[in-house]
Ligand binder design. Structure first.
Ligand code: GDG
Length: 465
């Protein structure tokens, strides 16, 4: 079995993965099984570019991480990755903030990181690159003479060609993706968008739905819907910490139902529209007074990007106006937590909730949708309200599917979820649970790695020839 090399923006601590999300655990398991390397940014910024990475051996896995300069952090991480690619790939052209130095830094950091990891690679390694931070990584490594099989998985959506074309570097990005041997997307819609781009812009040749020819090389593309470790999350949800038990018992005594949302505070997650829908629900259904509370957990992320402080201000305003209008001395309808909550507490809170709101304006997959379903009690499950624009909606069709821009209909869907009879809740939940059990982390890992193992790799000529 070939060694595995993972390159991702950040590296999880292999000794503490039980505290991280399922993705880190799954990747760590795959690395331990095969042995290999995990490389990423260490989260530090320095005045000058370090010449070497930090290397730590944990069992049969080498953890390699490196710092970047303050300038690269601003232009590459805050700039090109999170102020150009993230909004562009989430269909938010209004938020794209393109500057030429951002793109230079994007190429420079990828080239630097490729140079730092290359000495640790072996000829037969499988190299698996993750996400939009590292699109040019295969190209940078190939320029250094690396001939290994290389795969890329995009965790976020791939936009339609017309949107992508708004970026001055669209052709560069697509050609950089074609330097891999296997290209993985979250959904069928993403793979279709990618193939449409190739056809519309005359890049390469689409041989069939899963195969592309480009400069004499063969590239396999497919969807690999990411999943969670369902059993581990279910167990976590069953073992509620005391404070969650006490909170649930109190709510039960008062006959109150809980609606929950859990998202990084990101404009792609549709939080203002969700808050407005909740406000409309209370306005249109006065009988719900003191009968329902909405708990939104939204820890901060990427605070150096301006668009993120704007959304924070907006949510604080909405929370204030909804609570000011509807609260009573013994009822706060909306609780908004702008801090991270421990994973065990989240799992138990999902189980203690009657409705899960997952209403992004655009999302690659959305793991919260799967976690909410996994956490439910099979005998008395809660209802998932899911945006049609989350990748998860492609398969999780038994959720109440909503248009997150349409706050009136969203309010009615929340009402329907709160009132749904037990039989219907059980039937929907069973179908959803079957989906997430079928598409779990292990399947995602196994299918991607299997395709990478059998991909062109060594037989593909180098991209520059
Ligand atoms: C990207 C794509 C794709 C959230 N708040 C807390 C917390 N979380 C955890 C959730 C979940 C994870 O973070 C978020 O995952 P999502 O999938 O929902 O979203 P992104 O972070 O945007 O992830 C996405 C994913 O990559 C995987 O490919 O699905 O589409 O955008 O696990 O539970 N965890 C803890 N405290 C919090 O306050 N402990």
């Amino acid at each position: 079995m070939s060694r595995l090399v993972i390159l991702s923006n950040r590296v999880a601590d292999l000794r503490k993965t039980s505290q991280s999300g399922g993705l880190a655990v799954g990747l760590a398991d795959a690395l331990r099984q095969r042995g290999g390397v995990w490389f990423g940014w260490d989260g530090e910024t320095l005045q000058t570019q370090p010449r070497e990475a930090t290397v730590e051996q944990v069992g049969n896995v080498r953890m390699i991480s490196a710092a970047m300069t303050v300038e690269d952090y601003m232009n590459y991480y805050v700039g090109y990755a999170n102020s150009v690619l993230w909004p562009l790939f989430h269909y938010r052209l209004d938020l794209v903030d393109f500057h030429a130095p951002y793109f230079d830094a994007y190429q420079r950091v990828n080239a630097n990181f490729a140079g730092l990891v290359a000495p640790y690679l072996q000829d037969d390694d499988l190299i698996w690159v993750h996400d939009y931070h590292f699109i040019p990584m295969a190209n940078c490594l190939r320029r250094l003479g690396c001939r290994q099989r290389m795969g890329f998985f995009l965790h976020i959506p791939f936009p339609p060609p017309d949107l992508l074309a708004a970026s001055p570097n669209h052709r560069y990005l697509v050609e950089a993706l074609l330097d891999y041997d296997v290209l993985g997307f979250q959904t069928t819609a993403d793979t279709i968008n990618f193939r449409h781009y190739l056809e519309e812009w005359g890049v390469g040749e689409v041989l069939d739905e899963r195969t592309i020819r480009y400069k004499g090389r063969t590239i396999a593309i497919d969807r690999y819907p990411i999943g969670i470790d369902v059993e581990t999350f279910r167990d976590m949800a069953r073992n509620a910490p005391d404070d969650v038990r006490i909170d649930s018992a109190r709510r039960e005594k008062l006959g109150r139902k809980q609606i929950i949302g859990v998202d990084r505070l990101d404009y792609s997650k549709g939080l203002p529209d969700r808050f407005q829908a909740f406000g409309k629900l209370l306005a249109q259904h006065p009988e719900l007074e003191k009968q329902v509370t909405f708990l939104q957990v939204a820890p901060p992320t990427r605070e150096d990007v301006n668009a993120y402080s704007d959304i924070r201000d907006e949510l604080e305003g909405l929370t204030g106006s909804i609570n000011g209008r509807f609260s009573d001395f013994n009822w706060t309808p909306l609780r908004y937590i702008h801090r991270p909550v421990p994973r065990e507490t989240l799992a138990a809170l999902f189980r203690a909730s009657h409705v899960g709101l997952v209403t992004p304006l655009r999302d690659g997959m959305n793991l919260v949708a799967k976690e909410f379903v996994a956490a439910q009690d099979d005998e008395d499950p809660g209802v998932l309200v899911l945006s049609q624009f989350a990748g998860a909606a492609e398969d999780m069709t038994e959720a109440l599917i909503v248009n997150p821009y349409d706050t009136d209909t969203m309010a009615e869907a929340i009402h329907q979820a709160l009132m749904m009879p037990l039989d219907e809740r059980k039937a929907r939940h069973k179908a959803l649970l079957d989906h997430i059990l079928h598409q779990d982390t292990q399947r995602w890992l196994a299918t991607f790695l299997n395709d990478l193992e059998t991909a062109g790799g060594h037989t593909n000529p180098p991209p520059d020839s």
